[in-house]
Design a protein around this ligand. Structure first.
Ligand SMILES: [Zn+2]
Length: 153
């Protein structure tokens, strides 16, 4: 599970989704999609917007007549699945590294390098270290990306 929303950049649990919107016109159609790991807030907002637009403008055109119900159903399935995500915390923000976080994670530099070296996915390392240190997985990921291998271990 990724921990940074690819739409709003907030530090929160995310789910991978692919949401579609369809606007049908007589001879062509305009579709729009959003794909990526999104937080619950962004999934809800995108789902609502796409559903409203597709429901009102999605029906004109032969292809659209088939595609729009398909999009509506697949969007709904993904939206319902996203309800299992924990809500975005009130104090959620973009993940940022502070000196405090660096100090918490620095003792694990050796371990991080070792895990990366044997091919562990950074996501997994981040989740494990977040549990041990109390920082968020997204902050650990930032640390891994920008700091862990830059310092001597
Ligand atoms: Zn978001």
């Amino acid at each position: 599970m990724m921990h940074t929303c690819q739409l709003c950049g907030i530090d929160a649990p995310t789910q991978e989704v692919m949401l579609h919107q369809n606007i049908g016109l007589l001879f062509f159609r305009i579709s729009h999609s959003t794909e990526g790991h999104l937080c619950r807030r962004c999934i809800t907002a995108t789902f609502k917007q796409y559903t409203l637009v597709s429901l009102t403008l999605g029906w004109w055109g032969v292809l659209s007549l088939f595609l729009t119900p398909l999009f509506l159903v697949t969007n709904l399935i993904q939206y319902l699945a996203a309800l299992n995500l924990p809500p975005v915390p009130d104090d959620a923000g973009r993940p940022r590294l502070t000196d405090e976080i660096r100090a918490l994670l620095a003792p694990f530099n050796g371990e991080i390098v070792l895990c990366l070296g044997r091919g562990d996915p950074p996501e997994l390392i981040a989740v494990a270290l977040a549990e041990q240190t109390g920082v968020t997985p997204a902050q650990v990921l930032l640390y891994i990306r920008f700091e862990a291998d830059a310092e001597p271990t």
